[in-house]
Design a binder for this molecule. Structure first.
Ligand SMILES: N[C@@H](CCC(=O)N[C@@H](CS)C(=O)NCC(=O)O)C(=O)O
Length: 210
């Protein structure tokens, strides 16, 4: 089994942090996404979506999508559990992970891709496109992030971690959402004291890719 990754890529970092939490010894193949390596025929055959991360199994099966990779690894290496333990727990982790990914992380990813010069011609992940960057998408993404952070602050007022008292995949997704937001100058204001406390706790974990 091999993980295809690119060190600066946030989604690859999500999986690397998950792998580090579980202390899995997983070979990593570094692919230079910025130089277009994923559009080479050998990579297209493995992963026509042309994004990292993806996991190649020993039988040649390729699994893309950060969460799908993490779920597969969770089944192979259940400890420490990062996707919930009981049925209720797993549902709550899934609920928070989806809320963060859909309502906060994707909006800031698209906000970044629509403003950063490095993403000109690349507003759609894994795609060379002439679609122009759009300031409106950036503004909308920033506003959506604000709505999600406000709700997350309420959740973290009563919980140590996003889905309760245990560190889970939802914390990893949330941490990289905030890291992405910081790239477009969306720093967490002191107003969100619970998110700030949680963010600093997660940022100090040894599993954060450096
Ligand atoms: N939903 C995918 C997103 C993967 C993704 O967008 N990866 C980015 C790096 S963070 C990428 O490879 N982009 C390639 C490009 O921009 O061309 C996941 O969760 O794995």
């Amino acid at each position: 089994m091999k993980l295809y990754s690119f060190a600066p890529a946030t989604n690859a970092q999500r999986v690397l942090m998950f792998v580090a939490e579980k202390e899995i010894d997983l070979p990593v193949v570094e692919v230079n996404v910025r130089e277009g390596a994923l559009f080479e025929p050998s990579y297209l055959a493995m992963n026509p979506f042309s994004v990292v991360p993806f996991l190649e199994l020993d039988d040649g099966t390729c699994i893309g999508e950060s969460v799908a990779i993490c779920r597969y690894l969770e089944e192979l290496y259940p400890n420490p559990p990062l996707c919930g333990v009981t049925a209720k727990d797993r549902a709550l982790v899934e609920m928070w992970n989806r809320r963060i990914e859909i309502d906060g992380f994707m909006p800031v990813v698209h906000a970044l891709r629509n403003v950063s010069p490095g993403f000109k011609g690349r507003v759609v992940p894994g795609t060379r496109t002439e679609l122009p960057q759009s300031g409106a998408i950036t503004e909308r993404g920033k506003a959506q992030f604000g709505i999600l952070i406000d709700r997350l602050d309420g959740q973290l007022r009563q919980n140590a971690f996003v889905a309760g008292e245990r560190f889970t995949i939802a914390d990893i997704t949330g941490y990289f959402m905030v890291e992405t937001a910081r790239r477009i100058d969306l720093d967490l204001s002191e107003h969100y004291s619970n998110v700030l406390r949680w963010y600093n706790t997660v940022a100090s974990r040894a599993s954060v890719p450096r």
